[in-house]
Design a protein around this ligand. Structure first.
Ligand SMILES: Cc1cc2nc3c(=O)[nH]c(=O)nc-3n(C[C@H](O)[C@H](O)[C@H](O)COP(=O)(O)OP(=O)(O)OC[C@H]3O[C@@H](n4cnc5c(N)ncnc54)[C@H](O)[C@@H]3O)c2cc1C
Length: 327
């Protein structure tokens, strides 16, 4: 397996996606001294492309063609697979984003590669990559040994935080990808309309998530949760009891039938810890629970717990965090 790595970089209105920075760190570890090539699709801002060129990669390739600018999944997977072939890469890395996960299957087919998604750890020994990923809704993890000349990995967000990126100044090249077979261009891609959410970071990739449950008693009290989230620069989430009751939109829901999150820090406030909720958040790095019932199941999977009334604890915590952060 060649050590050279191709990765997909994604950008949004806030610039280069945090998940792409994470992928660059992993790519650098896996590539050693071999090149890391970052592909970015047409339509990304100039600022994001420039940020990518100094984020630790050796080359930046902008893939410029209308179906790629429209993010048509099959066409994007085809173009990335061609790029990986051209660069004789051994590994193709995707950040932990919904689009990255969408491309993984197509890439495995077009590039004739092994693939693994939701990867939380990866080590390389000679020709074998050993990856860890959660299974059974996060209640267990499995180790996969991938031995093949071409491997596609889609990372789980926030699993590789703090990987050093190094400082390089990569050249930016614009490529028109090879012609994409017409069947891959068919079908209109549905327009994605962002769901209603808070103004804070995206729930799926935020480093800190503060989620509230039925313990808040009514929607009028939920501002306490949002103030705590904002004091921490966190995304606000909720249990299904809250979204079903219409206290907050469905986009807040964490769990089996909501979003899966794996932040560095998850704060569960007034949430009992039903298995369907745990499934969506138990791979978070550090879990803190605030609940008036000291026997609540959420405490069994928490690293830190505060048994007490959230109406006293949450405002005091927000005040203290604001005080410390203002220093
Ligand atoms: C098929 C299926 C799918 C599901 N999918 C999901 C899912 O994706 N996500 C999800 O969350 N749930 C899901 N559920 C629902 C899940 O089973 C629970 O009903 C739900 O998670 C409970 O939400 P909760 O913890 O907010 O409420 P409750 O279970 O009612 O817990 C409220 C908690 O607040 C505490 N509390 C009360 N007052 C205070 C106070 N003043 N201070 C501090 N703590 C207080 C209580 O002690 C209690 O522990 C699903 C269920 C099914 C059957």
């Amino acid at each position: 397996m060649s050590r050279s790595v191709v990765l997909l970089a994604e950008a949004g209105p806030q610039g280069l996606h945090a998940a792409s920075r994470e992928a660059i760190g992993v790519a650098r570890l896996l590539a050693g001294d071999e090149p890391v090539v970052a592909a970015i699709f047409a339509g990304a801002s100039e600022a994001a492309t420039t940020a990518l060129s100094t984020a630790g990669v050796d080359r930046v390739v902008c893939l410029d063609s209308p179906p790629l600018a429209e993010r048509r999944g099959a066409a994007c997977a085809y173009a990335l697979a061609e790029l990986a072939r051209e660069h004789e890469a051994g590994i193709l890395l995707l950040g932990g984003t919904p689009f990255g996960r969408e491309l993984a299957g197509g890439l495995a087919v077009f590039w004739d590669a092994l693939s693994a998604t939701q990867v939380t750890e990866v080590t390389r020994a000679a020709e074998v990559l050993t990856v860890r990923r959660p299974v059974f809704g996060g209640r267990a993890s499995e180790l996969l040994e991938l031995a093949g000349p071409r491997i596609v990995l889609a990372l789980r967000p926030n699993s590789f935080g703090g990987t050093p990126l190094g400082s390089r100044n990569a050249r930016i090249e614009v490529h028109a990808p090879p012609s994409i077979p017409p069947p891959l261009l068919g079908g209109a891609r549905a327009r994605v309309r962002p769901a209603e959410s808070t103004t804070g970071p995206d729930l799926g990739t935020a480093a800190i998530v503060v989620a509230g449950g039925r313990g808040f008693k009514s929607p009028e009290n939920f501002h306490l949760l949002e103030e705590l989230a904002s004091s921490l620069g966190a995304a606000a989430g909720a249990s299904r009891a809250v979204t079903d009751a219409g206290w907050r939109p469905g986009s807040y829901q964490v769990g089996q039938t909501g979003r899966s999150v794996s932040p560095q820090l998850y704060v569960a406030v007034g949430i009992s810890g039903a298995i369907q909720h745990l499934t969506g958040m138990m791979s978070s790095r550090v879990i803190v629970a605030i609940n008036s019932d000291a026997q609540a199941p959420i405490f069994r999977i928490s690293d830190y717990g505060i048994a007490g009334d959230l109406f006293t604890i949450v405002p005091a915590l927000t005040k203290e965090i604001r005080r410390v952060r203002a220093r």
